[in-house]
Ligand binder design. Sequence first.
Ligand code: HEM
Length: 149
Amino acid sequence: MTYKLIVMLHLLGASVWVGGHVILSLVVLPPALRQRDPAPIRAFEQRFEKVGIPALALQVASGLWLAHYWIPDWTRWFAFGSPQAALIAVKLGLLGLTALLGVHARWRLIPRLTADTLPQLAGHIIAVTLLSLGFLVAGSGIRLGGLSW
Ligand code: HEM
């Protein structure tokens, strides 16, 4: 019962985090780049972070719970001894990269955002979106027993 509820919460957080970044990359970013106007990105980010950051926090909390469910001994998460352990380690690596890019964008790029620095932020947005898809692919592989077809 608890396991099913946590998987559902994990999928809810994933929908918000991945969906928000796909919308940002495919709907908000292209016209902003064409018009060299950072305003729509700033407006989207300010609104999205109110649900996006709680969604990411939910992912981390529910993800750690699920990782412990699959492999109770956390020292084995980094031993690459099974497909599940390897994919949990990959997800933690993706989390580290996402955090680094997020901190850099939030504290360095966004405060000094201009038309000239917009392409740098665009690179960040695309990278975080690809990382979010990486989370999704790695996460699906945990239940499916790996990613090989
Ligand atoms: C934004 C970040 C994340 C996204 C978008 C995401 C997405 C997903 C998705 C779509 C699944 C498939 C669920 C299913 O099979 O029904 C999944 C499963 C899983 N994720 Fe994540 N995840 C994220 C972060 C994390 C983190 C930080 C961890 C911690 C290691 C984690 C651990 C897991 C585990 C253990 C499963 C297997 C659940 C199961 O099927 O029992 N995830 N994730």
